[in-house]
Write a protein that binds this ligand. Structure first.
Ligand code: IDC
Length: 457
């Protein structure tokens, strides 16, 4: 009481007293903060902060640091609750990383904006204790080495995220094939080498149309082509999304028996692989969510029976728009989810057609549903027309911020704006020079080839 009185006499505020009366904050006696600028573009950047607790164990922490330039702002962060006041940034630990034993580390990140220069932040402090480890210290752990599927291993859904074998959220960034019935010549060794090595793609989505001269015309042949592409992706350390590319008709139940036959076969054949993700219906359309859910609840058990631990992506109403393109929204899924675990919901968009209202739906839905953008285009929903750069970049920034995995339509030389390569490219063997890329291809290659953030502990 004497001490409190002394504080009051010294002018301590009621707020100060309230915090004194609350649970004592456990102060770390030392810490290290490592800041990495992972990418930067005009007016924006992405950064990671690794904090290591060098003091007593803490169960609840707050990291503070200062942005040196007045124009630097945290736009959105992850793995912590982020706030900014003036130049001072605060990140508070979240449920799964709030406990840090002595010597333990956790990695946070954020997307920021800047107007002037973009210097590294200073004055890192953990629970009020200055982190004396210099921000320029070399990282104690070398960056994850090796191809994406090797580093991350078997994936699973954790909360609303896709998690790797270390139970840490990751984002996969990659490309979708065009219809393999039409563009098979685009998926040989040379093009997949370029995708893995030059593009540093984490995944290949294999779009196997069911109609339009696809699977229904030759089930055994298409099953084997899909398996061949899964193997080619695996050999290059990439994940493979097996896309049962239903489109017309839009009711996936029309293909229910084909889906059961196809997925029981590919799931059994690929059960031991760690690089396979199953996408059971590309774009349901003209059909209710309950019909899609019913389809999913019949196909998923077939996959689980053969391959119990693989992630499954479920298409959503209105061309996988979470219902938005049908005048609905994500609540129909939130209120009536598919009765299965380890699943994600597909969200597709075409940047020139689908803008703020769709981005708002994704921002809302991402707090409640595990989302996977298994297809998107930089152009209009026809797959053609001009690249909408501003909308595409807004989308890609949002997906990066939310750690939502994506595949771009298409890694092909189709004569349409969404294709990454100029027409005729797949008749040759050069997939690497900048001259073969379209505007869309150049944009996606520049985004996908930046360093991944794959935690390994
Ligand atoms: C488009 C192709 C185009 C093809 C058409 C019909 O780009 O060459 O003629 O399909 O098969 C989707 C679909 C995807 C579409 C794409 C662009 O999943 O199959 O590809 N799109 O229209 N949903 C929204 C757009």
């Amino acid at each position: 009481m004497k001490r409190l009185w002394a504080l009051l006499a010294a002018g301590a505020s009621v707020v100060g007293l309230t915090s004194l009366a609350g649970p004592p904050a456990q102060a770390a006696t030392g810490c290290k903060a490592e800041y990495t600028l992972t990418s930067q573009w005009e007016g924006g950047f992405q950064a990671g902060v690794k904090i290591t607790n060098l003091g007593e164990p803490v169960s609840g922490w707050t990291l503070e640091f200062t942005m040196p330039d007045a124009g630097q702002r945290v736009v959105q962060g992850w793995n912590a609750a982020w706030t900014q006041s003036g130049s001072s940034v605060t990140a508070r630990g979240v449920d799964w990383n709030r406990t840090l034993s002595t010597g333990a580390s956790t990695e946070l990140g954020f997307v920021g904006s800047f107007t002037g220069s973009n210097p590294a932040p200073t004055s890192f402090a953990l629970n009020g204790v200055t982190c004396t480890g210099s921000v320029t210290d070399p990282p104690t752990d070398p960056p994850a080495d090796g191809p994406p599927a090797a580093v991350n291993g078997q994936l699973h859904v954790c909360g609303v995220h896709l998690c790797n074998q270390y139970d840490r959220p990751i984002q996969l960034r990659g490309m979708s094939t065009h219809g393999i019935q039409w563009f098979g010549q685009c998926y040989g060794d040379a093009s997949l080498d370029a995708l893995a090595q030059d593009w540093k793609s984490d995944l290949l989505r294999v779009a196997m149309y069911v109609q339009e001269d696809g699977y229904e015309t030759d089930p055994a042949g298409f099953t084997s082509r899909v398996n061949g592409l899964v193997d080619m992706a695996e050999a290059r350390g990439m994940y493979a999304v097996i896309d049962f590319h239903t489109l017309t008709p839009g009711d996936p139940n029309y293909n229910l028996d084909r889906a059961k036959t196809f997925f029981s076969s590919v799931a059994a054949r690929n059960a031991d692989k760690k690089n396979v993700i199953y996408e059971i219906a590309n774009e349901p359309n003209g059909v209710s969510w309950t019909a899609v859910k019913s389809y999913a609840e019949q196909v998923i058990p077939v996959i689980r029976a053969a391959d119990p631990d693989a992630v499954v992506i479920v298409g959503t109403r209105g061309w996988s728009s979470l219902g938005v393109s049908d005048g609905s929204n994500e609540s129909e899924v939130v209120n009536n989810p598919v009765n299965a675990t380890n699943i994600m919901y597909a969200f597709h968009f075409y940047a020139a057609s689908h803008k703020d209202a769709y981005r708002a739906a994704v921002s809302r839905a991402a707090t409640k549903l595990p989302l996977f953008v298994s297809e998107f285009g930089t152009v209009s929903a026809t797959g053609g027309g001009a690249v909408d750069r501003a909308s595409s970049i807004a989308w890609l920034d949002l997906l990066d911020q939310l750690k939502i995995s994506y595949a771009n339509w298409t890694y092909s030389d189709a004569d349409e704006g969404s294709a990454a390569f100029k027409p005729g490219t797949c008749e040759g063997s050069d997939y690497s020079s900048s001259g073969v890329l379209t505007e869309s291809g150049a944009l996606l290659k520049s985004r996908i080839s930046t360093a991944d953030d794959f935690p390994t502990s």
